[in-house]
Design a protein around this ligand. Structure first.
Ligand code: ZN
Length: 248
């Protein structure tokens, strides 16, 4: 079975994506993106070009829908909406078409399930034990990958109890490995590449080895200031520029 590179919430941050890819070259066989390729960041075309050239299987996120006009974006706050309008204007026609054609999750591959938000609703955020319990029971797979919250970690269901887990990766970056219990069901969030919100600004992602029942959570530093500079030049809203440095 292939080793899966799990990317999510890249949010048009090419510098973070390149840092992540460089850190794990040769360590994965297949890549899946759990949505939100664009929105917030300054590089929508660059990120789509890279994801397409790498052959990453991608499902859509809420920002991909609103950034390409599949949905109106009226549910977004004014700052996110300003970034989406900029994105839509910036995208090359072929990239706009690619974004519009992205399928909704769940994607099922090798007995694994991949979604953006929750299993039954691509726009639902899984923050709570209750929300996690619902998706853990609804999923057709023992291992389900999700994104949308920009928080690395997840939930497991064992003996009818749901617990949350959060990996902790040292200041030098790199990965921590987690062994999966074959008697448990998992909801796993690789974290966000381009706009982490778990108080750690480093690019977050994961590599899963289903055959070995193992998952590695990764954290890789990148040149945040270079991205902030491009955001300033693009005229993207200041709160989006500032939050990258805090990982909030
Ligand atoms: Zn997102």
């Amino acid at each position: 079975m292939p080793r899966y590179l799990l990317l999510s919430d890249i949010h048009a941050n090419l510098t973070a994506l390149e840092a992540a890819l460089a850190a794990v070259e040769g360590r994965w066989d297949r890549a899946v993106c759990l949505g939100d390729v664009v929105g917030y960041g300054p590089d929508p075309n660059g990120v789509i070009d890279r994801v397409v050239s790498l052959g990453v299987r991608t499902i859509r996120g809420n920002h991909d829908k609103a950034g390409s006009g599949v949905e109106s974006g009226e549910d977004f706050n004014p700052i996110a909406r300003a970034a989406l309008e900029w994105t839509q204007h910036e995208l090359r026609p072929e990239n706009l078409r690619w974004l519009r054609a992205l399928p909704a999750g769940p994607l099922v591959e090798d007995g694994l399930v991949f979604v953006h938000g929750a299993v039954a609703d691509e726009d639902e955020y899984i923050f709570s034990i209750e929300g996690a319990a619902r998706s853990l029971r609804e999923s057709t797979a023992a291992i389900t990958f999700f994104g949308h919250t920009h928080l690395q970690g997840g939930f497991l269901l064992r003996n009818d109890r749901v617990e949350a887990f959060r990996p902790s990766i040292g200041k030098d970056g790199g990965s921590v490995a987690m062994e999966l219990d074959p008697n448990a069901r998992y909801l796993i969030n690789p974290g966000s590449i381009g706009q982490p919100r778990d108080a750690d600004p480093r690019a977050a992602f994961a590599i899963a080895d289903p055959e070995r029942q193992a998952i590695e959570f990764w954290r890789v530093p990148y040149d945040i200031e270079a991205v902030q500079l491009r955001m300033d030049e693009a005229g993207l809203p200041e709160p989006l520029v500032l939050r990258l440095a805090f990982g909030r």
